[in-house]
Design a protein around this ligand. Structure first.
Ligand code: GDP
Length: 451
């Protein structure tokens, strides 16, 4: 890792500026060889220097060069950033010259990898860098920033410190039971700490699962009989500036007729016309397909026509989703009502009229409330950011449960210690306290070159 690397850090194309980034012990010397302006080896750190990149015969481009000396840099190595005009030719030429002058072309994510290996950030922060770059909604940006700022890292570190303290106490008691002056730790103390930690970890897992749904897009289906107003509701969502149309299938009555993304919520439409109990094999396959979409949805919105009595089809659907915490929409509330909120026992019921947009805001608020969407922006909660972290946290919780079980079964305390040590190590994998080269390769391969 002692060599010097170079990459284009901006998107290659026509733009105002491009940035070519160099990191490593030789970065200042290498760029200085090509720079016409001040002697870069003598300028103060964290300065921007005006001049030209010159290939030894002629000027290539007019540039601004940032000099940032270790250790106060992203990689904790000397970093030089060349800001040139944002065209393909000058950018590639400068990259080529810096490469020829002695810097190796960087691999994807190698700058961030170095930041991790040099202790500038932990793995949760490295993953957050990628999440910020890839975030398409404000909620995701906000979650990623929280991790980048070290909230998750601090949470895990504090958690591990508590375990370390407990382990140290257990060890002292095992090794030197005869020492009177050592504060004796009772089984009750151990049990209480383990239970507290388990509750804490379960809390983190639960709220993170919810966050991951939001991060990946809340898969929402709007279901109901034909003509109750599903498309009209979807269209009112579409009128929002922020809604992005990803796939509108048109007028055919396909299973999924439309899909939009709204503030992190992915909405799809399903008509329940075909969803009913049947013995017909072909029809059965169609019904099962629709039902599996319902099974896989994160959120179900059932639309009913409030000006008509419930039909058997409505009842069949309501029964299918009754345990899925659906939102019931009583649409067409401008007409004489045959259905009322009081007729239902569901927790989330809104009344709408898509002709005048009444109630649509309440529907959005209901969705936001169910997934705490506003809370993400307002509160500084800590969340696990991906499946890798979630699986490790679940594993750690399992180990804690093992320890708790052993404790209740009067297992010798040194066996319990083994389980607790496993919790400590597993959580360390989340932050990258212990890691394998394979894991790093896997993590950084999806990064862009230059990050
Ligand atoms: P879908 O088949 O469930 O997607 O239903 P549509 O959205 O196509 O609506 C069916 C019909 O109901 C259309 O003629 C709409 O104009 C009408 N409609 C939709 N929402 C309302 C509403 O809130 N009030 C009234 N009066 N008519 C509505």
């Amino acid at each position: 890792m002692n060599d010097t690397i170079v990459a284009i850090s901006t998107k290659l194309g026509e733009g105002a500026i491009s940035i070519i980034r160099v990191s490593g012990p030789e970065s200042i010397n290498i760029v200085n060889k090509l720079f016409k302006g001040k002697d870069l080896t003598k300028v103060t750190s964290h300065t921007i220097n005006y001049g030209f990149i010159n290939d030894g015969i002629k000027d290539i481009d007019e540039v601004l060069v940032s000099i940032m000396r270790a250790p106060k840099t992203f990689t904790r190595e000397d970093i030089v950033e060349v800001n040139c005009h944002g065209g393909i030719a000058p950018t590639l030429k400068i990259l080529e010259l810096i490469n020829q002058a002695g810097a190796r072309l960087a691999e994807p994510g190698e700058f961030t990898k170095r930041a991790f290996l040099n202790g500038r950030i932990d793995l949760t922060q490295a993953e957050a860098v990628m999440d910020i770059i890839q975030s398409k909604t404000d909620a995701n940006r906000s979650l990623a920033l929280s991790s980048l700022e070290g909230n998750l890292k601090n949470y895990i570190t504090t958690f591990r410190d508590k375990l370390k303290y407990l382990l140290a106490n257990i060890e002292v008691n095992i090794d030197y039971p005869e020492y009177y002056d050592i504060e004796e730790i009772t089984l009750e103390d151990i049990k209480k700490t383990i239970t507290d930690l388990k509750v804490d970890l379960q809390d983190l897992i639960t709220r993170s699962v919810e966050r991951l749904i939001v991060k990946n897009g809340i898969k929402t289906i709007i279901i109901g009989r034909p003509n109750v107003g599903k498309s009209s509701i979807l269209n009112t969502f579409l009128k929002e500036d922020k809604a992005i149309v990803t796939n509108i299938e048109g007028t055919t009555r396909d299973l999924v007729e439309g899909e939009i993304i709204f503030d992190g919520i992915e909405l799809s439409l399903i008509d329940t016309a075909g969803i009913r109990e049947t013995d017909n094999i072909v029809e059965k396959i169609g019904v099962e397909k629709s039902l599996s979409l319902i099974d896989n949805a994160d959120l179900i919105i059932v639309v009913l026509n409030s000006s008509e009595e419930l039909t058997d089809n409505d009842k069949f659907i309501l029964d299918k989703v009754k345990d899925r915490n659906p939102i019931i929409v009583l649409n067409k509330n401008d007409l004489k009502a045959k259905l009322h909120k009081e007729d239902f026992t569901f927790d989330h019921i809104v009344s709408t009229n898509t002709n005048s947009f009444t109630g649509i805001d309440s529907l959005k608020q209901e969705i936001k409330k169910m997934f705490n969407l506003d809370e993400i922006k307002e509160q500084d909660y800590t969340y696990l950011a991906n499946n890798r972290q979630l699986l490790l946290a679940k594993q750690a919780k399992k180990n804690l449960e093992e320890a708790e079980k052993s404790l209740l079964a009067d297992t010798p305390v040194d066996i319990i210690e083994i389980d607790l040590r496993a919790v400590f190590d597993t959580l360390g994998e989340i932050t990258g306290e212990n890691y394998s080269d394979e894991l790093l390769d896997e993590l950084f391969k999806d990064f862009c070159v230059g990050k």
